[in-house]
Design a protein around this ligand. Structure first.
Ligand SMILES: *Cc1c(COP(=O)(O)O)cnc(C)c1O
Length: 437
């Protein structure tokens, strides 16, 4: 190492840190990052999915270069710019159903969800919002207020009610998980949460930061029916799992429901900051000057997003996510037959989770082992993190461009890391200073 990691600690605040190991990088290309020690690391995290096309994709570089060579301003607040209009038109063509109407652009999943949370309450006059326990909708005051992830250090909104996300592994079966989750929702509607007071339900078609939970089939159709009956808007937060990652372009369709509003972020910009909300005109034109930040609608970020959408189509990356995701899923399932610590392998496409447990029957979370496994994998050349309300689910959100060969290489590293961790060969002291979440 060149000492970059230590130097960072003398100049950069820790407030945005979520660290699992001392990774310091100086570059990257495709599915690989370059460490400051010159090592090439296979990246199964893709900066939490933001580097959707991997690093330094030529299409993103060319689009950014073009946009900066004849720059249509820096913002869409007080003027229209061509690239944002093109991007909006493109997104509307890609989102079918009742959400197709107008597009709002922001910088991040957080500002997008915060905007939606304020807008649905203002537009409907209903004060309540539903979200899932374990849900991560962002890191700003307004987006944390409608989230349910236990790691967040922020206040929840007064009108927020958190409901359980169906967890098939914890419940023993998808049917049991679905029945429990729906029963709780119906109980709330019959008692403390009058449904006519609920403006909207924020849902994740796969609950990623809460543990990569895949909903039982039929669950979201039942939720949709309850919401429609009561005039409750459904917001699909596709910030992490949308735009092809699950092996379908829209994760909501795959999960069996049609949202009123769809939120995109992370991978939309292919590494540049941009988010988008797509929803019906009547809601999206609720009021002007309602939610704006100076460089919202930045044409350089919008150009990167257009290049991402073009590339997903041109390189058939939705199919790649599906196919490579299956290879990855099967290889991980193979590891589960080798290591008893793997309780469950789940996910769709290139949004996968591996839940580690100390005992398959009690499903006691193997938190420390998850932290050790990602640490050891990093030492061996693979970057991935863990998620989950119990911090025991390894998360795989590699670039959508991942090849089958890279998928196998990564699993081989994970195999070795898990082997060493389960044999007690990794010193627990390595985790000092790397508390993760
Ligand atoms: C990451 C994430 C967000 C927040 O996005 P930021 O870019 O960190 O603001 C919102 N929702 C989901 C589902 C996410 O995974």
């Amino acid at each position: 190492m060149s000492g970059l990691y230590a130097r960072e600690s003398r100049s950069v605040s820790t407030m945005a840190h979520l660290r699992f190991f001392p990774l310091a990088v100086t570059g990257g290309s495709g599915a690989y990052l370059t460490g400051d020690d010159g090592r090439r690391l296979l990246d199964f995290a893709a900066s939490w999915g933001a580097a959707s096309l991997g690093h330094a994709h030529p299409a993103v570089r060319a689009a950014v270069d073009r946009a900066l060579s004849d720059q249509a301003g820096a913002s869409y607040l007080s003027m229209a710019n061509d690239i944002c209009v093109l991007l909006a038109e493109r997104l509307l063509a890609l989102v079918p159903g009742r959400a197709r109407g107008r597009v709002w652009f922001g910088h991040s999943g957080s500002d997008a969800n915060e905007t939606v949370a304020r807008m649905v309450v203002a537009a409907t006059g209903r004060p309540r919002i539903l979200a899932f326990r374990g849900a991560y909708h962002g890191g700003t005051v307004g987006s944390m207020a409608v989230s349910g992830h236990p790691a967040q250090q922020g206040l929840r909104a007064a009108g927020l009610t958190l409901v359980p996300y169906p967890d098939s592994f914890a419940a023993g079966s998808p049917e049991a998980a679905m029945q429990q989750a729906l029963a709780e929702l119906e109980r709330l509607f019959a008692t403390e949460v009058p449904p006519h007071e609920v403006a909207a339900f924020f849902v994740e078609p796969i609950q990623s930061d809460g543990g990569m939970l895949v909903p039982p089939s039929g669950y979201f159709a039942a939720v949709e029916a309850l919401c429609r009956k009561n005039g409750i808007l459904i917001i699909s937060d596709e910030v992490k799992v949308g735009l092809g990652r699950t092996g379908r372009f829209n994760a909501f369709g795959q999960a069996g429901f049609e949202p009123d509003i769809v939120v995109f972020g992370k991978g939309l910009g292919g590494g540049l900051p941009i988010s988008a909300v797509v929803g019906p005109e009547a809601l999206m034109n609720h009021s002007s000057a309602f939610s704006l930040q100076t460089v919202h609608g930045n044409p350089v970020c919008a150009a990167a997003a257009l290049a991402v959408l073009d590339t997903i189509e041109r390189e058939n990356l939705v199919e790649n996510a599906d196919r490579t995701g299956q290879v990855l899923h099967e290889a991980l399932t193979g590891l589960a037959s080798k290591y008893a610590i793997i309780g469950d392998v789940r996910g769709r496409g290139l949004a996968l989770g591996v839940e580690l447990v100390n005992d398959r029957s009690t499903r006691k979370p193997a938190r420390r082992e998850a932290a050790l496994a990602v640490f050891r994998a990093f030492e061996l050349g693979l970057v991935l993190y863990y998620v989950g309300v119990e911090s025991n689910v390894l998360e795989l959100t590699p670039p959508l461009t991942l090849t089958e060969e890279e998928a196998r290489q990564g699993v081989a590293i994970l195999d070795r890391a898990l082997g060493e961790v389960t044999q007690g060969l990794v010193d627990h002291k390595v985790l000092d200073g790397f508390s993760g979440w």
